[in-house]
Ligand binder design. Structure first.
Ligand code: ADP
Ligand code: MG
Length: 598
C-alpha cells in the first residue's frame, strides 16, 4: 500500500486533496493503534496492513505462548502422577482448567482485537478501494490529459515547425526590409534631389509660362497675320488662275503643235522635203520637187508653208514637248477642260507622243500630265484644296465604244452609250471609272488599256491605228475653307491614222473602217470650225468622237492638237493633208473660256 501509483505519475499533483496521504496516515495510525493495542496483549495475529509491518508489537501467537508460559510449572515437565495421587491429579487438572480459562480469556480478547482489527482493515480496504477507484479515475483523467497533451505536443511540434518557417520568413522579410530601407534611403536622397530640382524647375516654369504668355500673344498676332496671308494667298491663287487663263487665251484656246518624227532607220532617205525654220520654231515648209516633163526645162519646186504655235523637229525630246503642254495641264487643275489630240497618219508618232515608251525620259504626254496633276494637287492641298481624280480609257472603233479598262470575260463585254448629263458634261454607260491617286496607278491603267487594244489587234490587223483612244481624267477640286469647288476634265486623245485610202483599194471591213475614220476626223474639223465661228449649232452628235468630247471642246475648254508628221518622202501627201487639216484647226479661235467653278 505504500507504493502508490501517484508516485509513478510524472506530473506533480496539484492539490493536497488528490494525495492519498490522509488515507495512508489514517491507515498508519490504525496500524500504530493496532500495534499499541496489541502490545499489552500477547496477541500474535499480524495486521494485514503493511504499514505497521515494522511495528515492534509481538504477534498474537507469541501472546498466546506467553499466557501458556504463565501457567504453573507443575504441569509443564511434571512427571505423571501416580494413580493414587488424586489430589495432585486434581490440582493438575485445576491448573489445567485455570490455564484453559486464562487462555480462553486471552483468546476472547484477542478475538475482540482481531475483530476490531478486521473491521479496521475492512474499512481501510474500502478506503483503499475508494482510493483505488479515485486513482483509476484520476489515471483515466490523466491519460486523457496525456492524450490531450500528446495532441498539444504534436500541435506544438507543428507550431514549432510553423514558427521555424515563420522565423525563416521573418529572416527573409528582415533582409528585404533592410534592402527596402536602403532603397528608401536612396529614394529619399533622390526625392530630395528631385525636390530641389523641382523647385528650380518650378521657378523656370514660372519664367517659361511668362514667356509662353508672351509667345501666345505673338502666336495670336501671327495667326491673324497667317489668316490674312492665307486670304491674300487665296486671292493670289485665284488671280494666278485668272492670269494663267488670260495667258492661255492669249496663246490661243486652241493651239496646234507640229511634231516631226525622226527617221527610224538609216535606209530611209533623208528628209529633204521637210524644211524647218532656222530662226524660230513655229514654221515648217514642205517642199515638192516636180520633175519637168518638157525637154530640158528645170525641175520645179513647190513649197507649202505652214506655221503653228510650235514646231518640234525630229530631235525634240519628250520632256521638251511636254513643257509646252504643262501650262494646259495646270489649266485643267484650275478648273478648265483641256483636250489634247494627236493627229497624223499611221506611224507618224502619235502613240509615241501621247504614251511614249517605258524608259523614264521616253514617257509621253499622258504619264507626264498625270504626274504633274498629282504633284500640283499636293501643292494646292496646303492652300486648302482637296482633289479627287477619276480615270477612264475608251476606244472608238467603227463608231463603237469599247472600254479599255474592262477586266471581265471577253464574251460578256457590255455595250456602251454616251449620255448627256449637262451641256458641258457627258457620261458613258457601263464604262469603268477608276479612282486614281498616284501616277503608278495610271501607268497600270495604260498597260491594261494596251493589253485590251492588243487583244483586239490579233483579231483585226493593226486595229489600233484604225481606232481612236481617249484617256480621260476627271478632276474635282474643293476648297472647303473657302467654299470653292472646281470640276474639269483632261482628255488625251490618240486619234486613228488619218491616211486616206483610195476607195477603189478598200472594200469590206477596211472600207467600213476607213469611212468611219474619215467621217469622225472630218467631223472633228467641222465641230472645231463651228465652235470657232460661234455657230449656234455645233454638230457634236455627228460622230461618237465629238459627242464624247463635247464637254472638252467649245467655249469652256482649251484644245491642243499635235499634228504628227512622218519624215519619209513617200509620206509627203499624207503629211501635206495632215498639215492642211491642222492649219484649219489653228485658224480657229475658240470663245473665251470660263472656269467650271461653282
Ligand atoms: P502612230 O501611233 O502614229 O501610228 P507610233 O507612235 O506608233 O506611231 O510611232 C511609230 C514608230 O516610230 C514607233 O516605233 C515609235 O517608237 C517611233 N517613234 C515615233 N516618234 C518618235 C520620236 N519622236 N522619236 C523616236 N521614235 C519615234
Ligand atoms: Mg498609234
Amino acid at each position: 500500500m505504500s507504493r502508490l501509483p501517484v508516485a509513478s505519475i510524472k506530473r506533480p499533483l496539484s492539490s493536497k486533496s488528490e494525495l492519498p496521504q490522509p488515507a495512508t496516515k489514517k491507515m498508519c495510525k490504525a496500524g500504530v493503534a493496532i500495534s499499541q493495542n496489541l502490545r499489552p496483549a500477547a496477541s500474535v495475529v499480524p495486521p494485514r496492513c503493511s504499514v505497521p509491518a515494522k511495528s515492534t508489537a509481538k504477534p498474537l501467537g507469541a501472546m498466546r505462548a506467553a499466557s501458556v508460559a504463565a501457567a504453573p510449572s507443575r504441569v509443564v515437565g511434571a512427571s505423571k502422577r501416580p494413580a493414587w495421587d488424586l489430589k495432585g491429579r486434581v490440582s493438575d487438572l485445576e491448573n489445567k482448567l485455570q490455564n484453559c480459562q486464562s487462555q480462553k480469556k486471552s483468546f476472547g480478547e484477542e478475538f475482540k482485537i482481531l475483530k476490531e482489527q478486521f473491521a479496521q482493515v475492512r474499512k481501510s480496504e474500502a478506503e483503499c478501494q475508494e482510493e483505488n477507484q479515485r486513482l483509476k479515475q484520476q489515471l483515466g483523467d490523466l491519460q486523457e490529459e496525456l492524450s490531450v497533451l500528446a495532441n498539444v505536443k504534436s500541435d506544438l511540434q507543428n507550431v514549432s515547425e510553423e514558427r521555424d518557417s515563420l522565423q525563416n520568413q521573418l529572416k527573409k522579410l528582415s533582409n528585404e526590409h533592410e534592402v527596402l530601407q536602403r532603397l528608401r534611403d536612396d529614394l529619399e536622397t533622390e526625392l530630395h534631389n528631385v525636390q530641389s530640382k523641382l523647385s528650380i524647375q518650378t521657378s523656370a516654369l514660372g519664367r517659361c509660362q511668362e514667356s509662353l504668355r508672351e509667345s501666345q500673344e505673338t502666336v495670336n498676332s501671327l495667326s491673324q497675320t497667317v489668316a490674312r496671308k492665307q486670304d491674300e494667298l487665296h486671292c493670289a491663287e485665284m488671280e494666278r488662275r485668272k492670269l494663267h487663263n488670260t495667258i492661255q487665251e492669249l496663246k490661243g484656246n486652241i493651239r496646234v503643235f507640229c511634231r516631226v518624227r525622226p527617221l527610224l532607220s538609216s535606209k530611209e532617205t533623208a528628209m529633204q522635203h521637210i524644211q524647218l525654220s532656222t530662226h524660230d520654231d513655229k514654221a515648217l515648209t514642205l517642199v515638192k520637187t516636180e520633175q519637168s516633163h518638157v525637154g530640158n526645162a528645170t525641175d520645179t519646186e513647190k513649197s507649202y508653208n505652214f506655221s503653228f504655235d510650235r514646231v518640234f523637229g525630229p530631235q525634240s525630246a519628250q520632256s521638251e514637248v511636254f513643257d509646252e503642254i504643262s501650262l494646259l495641264v495646270q489649266s485643267a487643275l484650275d478648273g478648265y477642260n483641256v483636250c489634247c489630240f494627236a493627229y497624223g497618219q499611221t506611224g507618224s508618232g502619235k502613240t509615241f507622243t501621247m504614251e511614249g515608251a517605258d524608259m523614264d525620259d521616253m514617257r509621253g504626254v499622258i504619264p507626264r500630265a498625270v504626274q504633274q496633276v498629282f504633284k500640283s494637287a499636293k501643292g494646292l492641298a496646303e492652300a486648302g484644296w482637296q482633289y479627287t481624280f477619276t480615270a477612264s480609257f475608251v476606244e472608238i472603233y467603227n463608231e463603237t465604244l469599247r472600254d479599255l479598262l474592262y477586266t471581265g470575260k471577253p464574251n460578256k463585254r457590255p455595250e456602251h452609250e454616251i449620255r448627256k448629263v449637262s451641256n458641258s458634261e457627258v457620261t458613258v454607260t457601263n464604262l469603268t471609272y477608276k479612282r486614281v491617286t498616284t501616277e503608278d496607278e495610271v501607268c497600270s491603267l495604260i498597260i491594261l488599256a494596251n493589253q485590251n487594244r492588243s487583244t483586239a489587234q490579233t483579231k483585226m490587223n493593226d486595229h489600233s491605228s484604225r481606232s481612236h483612244s481617249i484617256f480621260k481624267l476627271d478632276i474635282e477640286g474643293e476648297n472647303t475653307g473657302r467654299g470653292t469647288k472646281c470640276k474639269s476634265s483632261l482628255c488625251l486623245v490618240d486619234l486613228a491614222g488619218s491616211e486616206r485610202v483610195q476607195k477603189s483599194q478598200s472594200q469590206g471591213e477596211r472600207f467600213k473602217e476607213m469611212t468611219a475614220i474619215n467621217s469622225s476626223l472630218t467631223n472633228l474639223g467641222i465641230v472645231i470650225a463651228a465652235l470657232a465661228n460661234k455657230e449656234n449649232f455645233v454638230p457634236y452628235r455627228n460622230s461618237k468622237l465629238t459627242y464624247l468630247l463635247q464637254g472638252c471642246l467649245g467655249g469652256n475648254s482649251k484644245t491642243l492638237m499635235f499634228v504628227n508628221i512622218s519624215p519619209e518622202e513617200e509620206s509627203f501627201n499624207e503629211s501635206l493633208n495632215s498639215l492642211r487639216f491642222a492649219s484649219k484647226v489653228n485658224d480657229c479661235v475658240i470663245g473665251t473660256a470660263t472656269a467650271n467653278r461653282k
